[in-house]
Design a protein around this ligand. Structure first.
Ligand code: TNX
Length: 515
């Protein structure tokens, strides 16, 4: 059997002149316990075959090693009829090799097989992220874990949690207990709210780390802070009820925002903390210090988007101070690209997250370049390519449309180094696919919006540039994604079966010994 290869596309994949590896008769795995257990779970889910982790007799043997040399997160995989070896440069590389092997398992007549291949692989970008908005709709710990698992399987290594917004504050802050006590009970559309205790958050951080993802927490400031007015009203300005806010409220429903009352509509850009009140900075310092202390990863995201209720000079004053407060916690600040407007007043090294279009408009590219000019780098999240909350088709039952309908091909065919002039490979920290949850209530909707387009984002983040290897093309992507259908189904991923893809269908096996 040949294989079109894994997703995201590897650096190289070569077919070998050997028969495929047959997994019937049991599989034995040798190697580090955590990696062996991860592979065992995947093989069991995909095939139902028995797996032995202790070298018991078996017809197929898989050897896992960490070599401690080579590029970070890289791995080599070799398969022939006698077995498979996966050598990771580090534990993450080994984990990624395991994901590749699991994706290559297929069915040849009545046998579970892995094609004889040699794969050499390493990521293009160091930062490969997904974001989940748990503020517009709260998502419980189990849902977040399920999304972490899905991201890990596609070799993402950062998990950005959007923890606060107008509609709710989701993380317990011990020094500011009213935040979750008073401001976490609501979600959009009158749906239930929720919050994470600090133990919940630690559990998520550990769960992500075990799958080689770093959690990037975001506290969105100084706008997107209506929830703060429910807890600490003295910190909040009155909502700015612009024509645009009124238009969104009349189109999508709900009440106009009113301080002290939960906001459950879709409008943005009306809330602001009080910029010229020192109590605001005491609050911000307390919150960011706690979030930083709970977070082992290097990044602290402080938002900065759509602060339309904050005059530009006040925004500049605030961003200068907040990026310094974040840096003083020992973390690297991350902001949305709007904060680039303040240029050299940004704390040195601040990372900017670009969420404009593939072709920048309205000076968003200037703002993005400012981060690179001041010692930082940029995370690319072009909304008309990687915003997983955009509708994937004209008749999609959920999703927003402000960046257009983003079909799978559009999500795939873009090149990170060509988005912002003057920001090439070296200025790009990586690629992140956000999933805002205005229309997303549950895991089934997360899956339906994210899959399969999340695979396109994974490929932009991990794989060589578009068109530079045989696999890095839309035609190959379609084939490779189509082959993942049985694995995704086995893992419980409710992907949307878009017509673009030749979704593989497997007949149930007739040979009882294989099941
Ligand atoms: C814009 S992208 C926002 C979010 C919304 C999202 C919906 C960004 C930094 N801000 O507040 O949820 O659009 O797609």
């Amino acid at each position: 059997m040949t294989s079109p290869g894994p997703v995201p596309a590897p650096l190289s994949l070569d077919a070998r002149a050997a028969a495929p590896l047959r997994l019937a008769g049991g599989v034995a795995i040798d190697g580090p316990a955590d990696a062996a257990a991860a592979l065992e779970r995947l093989i069991a889910a995909r095939t139902g075959l028995p797996v032995a982790l202790d070298g018991a007799p078996a017809s197929a043997r898989i050897a896992l090693t960490v070599t401690d040399d080579g590029a970070p997160e890289s791995y080599r995989l070799a398969v022939d009829e006698h077995g498979a070896t996966i050598a990771g440069a580090d534990a993450a590389g080994l984990f990624y090799g395991i994901q590749t092997l699991a994706q290559l398992i297929g069915r040849d007549d009545d046998a579970w097989t892995v094609p004889a291949v040699r794969v050499e692989d390493a990521p293009r970008f160091a930062y490969r992220g997904v974001m989940l908005d748990v503020a517009r709709h709260f998502h419980p710990v189990e849902t977040v874990k399920a999304y972490i698992d899905r991201a890990a399987g596609l070799k993402f290594n950062h998990f950005h949690l959007h923890l606060s917004d107008d509609q709710g504050w989701r993380l317990e802050i011990a020094s500011r207990p009213e935040l979750t006590a008073r401001a976490s009970g609501s979600s959009i559309g009158g749906d239930p709210g929720g919050r994470y205790t600090q133990d919940d958050y630690r559990e998520l951080v550990a769960y992500a780390a075990a799958r080689h993802l770093t959690v990037v927490p975001e506290i969105d400031l100084p706008g997107h802070t209506h929830a703060v007015s429910l807890a600490y009203p003295e910190l909040s300005e009155e909502p700015v009820l612009s024509d645009e806010v009124r238009r969104v409220v009349s189109e999508f429903g709900g009440d106009l925002p009113r301080n002290g009352a939960p906001y459950d509509g879709l409008a943005v850009g009306f809330s602001s903390l009080r910029i010229h009140d020192e109590a605001t900075y005491a609050f911000v310092a307390d919150v960011l210090a706690e979030v930083a202390a709970l977070t082992p990863g290097p990044y602290l995201h402080v938002g900065g988007d759509e602060a339309l209720g904050t005059p530009p000079e006040d925004f500049a004053y605030f961003v200068e101070r907040v990026t310094r407060i974040a840096a003083d916690t020992g973390k690297t600040p991350v902001t949305w690209h709007e904060a680039g407007a303040i240029g050299d007043r940004l704390a040195a090294g601040t990372i900017g997250q670009y969420w404009g279009y593939r072709t920048p408009a309205g000076g968003m590219d200037d703002k993005a370049r400012a981060f690179v000019d001041h010692g930082g780098r940029v995370i690319l999240s072009p909304a008309d390519a990687v915003y997983l909350d955009m509708a994937y088709a004209a008749d999609a039952p959920f999703g927003l449309r402000w960046a257009g309908v983003v079909d799978a091909r559009q999500a795939y065919e873009w090149e990170p180094a060509e988005v912002v002039d003057g920001i090439g490979e070296a200025g790009i920290l990586g690629v992140e696919a956000p999933l805002w949850t205005e229309t997303v209530r549950d895991l089934a909707t997360i899956d339906a919006l994210a899959f399969p387009r999340i695979a396109a984002a994974a490929e932009a983040a991990w794989s060589p540039a578009l068109g530079t290897t045989p696999q890095r093309s839309w035609a190959s992507f379609r084939e490779r994604v189509g082959r993942l259908a049985p694995l995704w189904t086995a893992l419980g991923i409710g992907y949307t079966p878009l017509d673009d893809f030749p979704w593989a269908v497997e007949q149930p096996t007739t040979d009882r010994s294989l099941t």
